[in-house]
Each structure stands twice: as structure tokens, then as C-alpha cells.
Design a binder for this molecule. Structure first.
Ligand SMILES: [Zn+2]
Ligand SMILES: [Zn+2]
Length: 54
């Protein structure tokens, strides 16, 4: 199954976690997702660049 392409301006990791629920389903109840927490506190290290329309 091919992952949905990350839209411009979005973080690939956060997009993947939001789109693929199975990633968070592996977490124990009450356990936080470390990659998501890291981006929440420190920001996203990489965002997909927006394509110029012209
Ligand atoms: Zn992110
Ligand atoms: Zn996550």
C-alpha cells in the first residue's frame, strides 16, 4: 500500500502519523507518541516545499 503523498507545506512525519492510524495504534494506552511529541515541542525539522504555481 502506497503512502499518501505529503501535501506542500506539511511535515511528512506528522502527515504520516495523522494518515496512518496504525502508527499510533501500536502505542500503549496513555503512552505518548515520541516523534509527534518531539515535533510538537521542537517544531518540524522539514516541511515539504510549496510548489510554485507559475
Ligand atoms: Zn512534524
Ligand atoms: Zn505520532
Amino acid at each position: 500500500m502506497a503512502a499518501r503523498e505529503t501535501p506542500p507545506g506539511a511535515c511528512p512525519q506528522c502527515w504520516q502519523h495523522a494518515y496512518d492510524k496504525s502508527i499510533h495504534r501500536k502505542l500503549k494506552p496513555g503512552e505518548d507518541c515520541q516523534p509527534c511529541l518531539d515535533h510538537m515541542h521542537n517544531g518540524h525539522p522539514y516541511l515539504v516545499p510549496k510548489k510554485k504555481s507559475s
